[in-house]
Design a binder for this molecule. Structure first.
Ligand SMILES: [Zn+2]
Length: 368
């Protein structure tokens, strides 16, 4: 298949046309090692496209002026495939026609990280930390001055399937987004922490817009209805449990994965045993899990008149007590980019550092 280049406009680091986004690879040092195995295994609403090198080169020229200055050094990889997926900041006219005039489409992007304890990485109970990787890593980031304060967010709360704990997780993310929460209005970034490309605070205009739809009664607290919407969407969806199942394909940890990777590199030629096949499978599962631990969930939210009719799948309508609006929503997974095995040594070192900083901090935090 090939594309009509003029049909596509620049949207962040990709191209888009009405209702669809095209995810393209950039030519970086690591790109030759990547594949789409993770995406295929998770069976998303994506199509893998083989696009001609001439078309990709032309797209690269067309979007160049619209790309941020610091991104321009990495041109598109003209030898690569592309992924066609829904544009999650877009609602089709049959949905938007139900809203009042000029109602915006909001998108909430959550990077949940690993929703379980890495118990399988350790040989004995004594050496197993009872805190999750995210919470332990907060101590290392704080020590390095990357964050101003240690977040109250814990992925195990978000994945708990208990509304109160999910609510606590969302409140912590809104209070301290870091790079784990972003809120968009259309394509405008309204809220993100410093690590997520924002400045940790919502602009006055952005806050007014969020308040108009999500802080209906001041007594219930800022953005009460946004928090409740997110809780309802996540609690009634199996998206997090499916994601956790893929994350937990990691049964070995980065140190063992690196050992297997090195062993396979040395013995690849002329050796074919069941043992090798089993090791290969463990490494493959580890790499797929690594992708699932770093992907994001995107919630698309469009306010309509309360009492609006039912909407076609994958959208659904939610109503909240005390809100004059109803909300058309969809839940999706994004950023399911396969990881490169070049990361293994870094991940192994990082895990050692994270645990060391956590132990040195004297914290007795236990997650779950
Ligand atoms: Zn935790």
């Amino acid at each position: 298949m090939d594309l009509c280049v003029e049909d596509w406009q620049y949207l962040n680091e990709g191209g888009e046309n009405k209702g669809h986004a095209l995810r393209l690879k950039k030519k970086t040092k690591k790109s030759h090692e990547r594949d789409v195995e993770g995406a295929v295994r998770f069976q998303m609403e994506w199509r893998v496209l083989q696009i001609s090198s001439a078309t990709l080169t032309q797209l690269d020229v067309n979007i160049f002026q619209n790309r941020p200055q610091h991104r321009r050094k990495d041109p598109l990889d003209s030898s690569a495939i592309a992924l066609l997926m829904p544009d999650l900041t877009y609602c089709p006219p049959e949905i938007t026609s139900r809203g009042e005039e000029n109602n915006p489409v909001f998108a909430v992007e959550i990077k949940p990280k690993w929703g379980d304890l890495p118990v399988s990485h350790y040989h004995t109970k004594e050496e197993t930390p009872r805190a999750c990787k995210y919470c332990m890593q907060q101590h290392m980031k704080f020590h390095h001055g990357e964050i101003e304060a240690i977040s109250g967010y814990c992925p195990l709360d978000l994945f708990s399937q208990e509304p109160d704990r999910i609510r606590a997780a969302i409140s912590s993310l809104i209070a301290q987004p870091q790079n784990n929460l972003k809120i968009f209005c259309g394509r405008d970034l309204l809220l993100a922490g410093a690590l997520g490309g924002g400045d940790s605070t919502v602009s006055g205009e952005g806050m007014k817009l969020l308040d108009r739809y999500f802080t209906v009664d001041e007594g219930e607290g800022k953005l009460h209805h946004l928090k409740e919407l997110i809780v309802q969407l996540l609690y009634h969806s199996d998206i997090l449990q499916n994601l956790k199942r893929v994350q937990n394909l990691d049964r070995i940890g980065p140190a063992a994965a690196e050992t297997i990777h090195n062993l396979l590199q040395e013995r690849r030629e002329g050796v074919d045993s069941d043992d090798l096949a089993e090791k290969e499978q463990k490494l493959r599962d580890f790499m797929v899990a690594a992708t699932a631990k770093d992907c994001s969930i995107m919630l698309t939210i469009f306010p309509i008149r309360a009492g609006g009719e039912e909407v076609p799948s994958p959208f659904k309508t939610l109503r909240l007590d005390g809100s004059p609006h109803a909300f058309v929503c969809r839940t999706s997974i994004v950023d399911f980019d396969p990881k490169s095995s070049e990361n293994l040594a870094n991940w192994r070192r990082q895990e050692t550092d994270i645990i060391r900083f956590f132990i040195d901090s004297g914290s007795n935090k236990r997650c779950g």
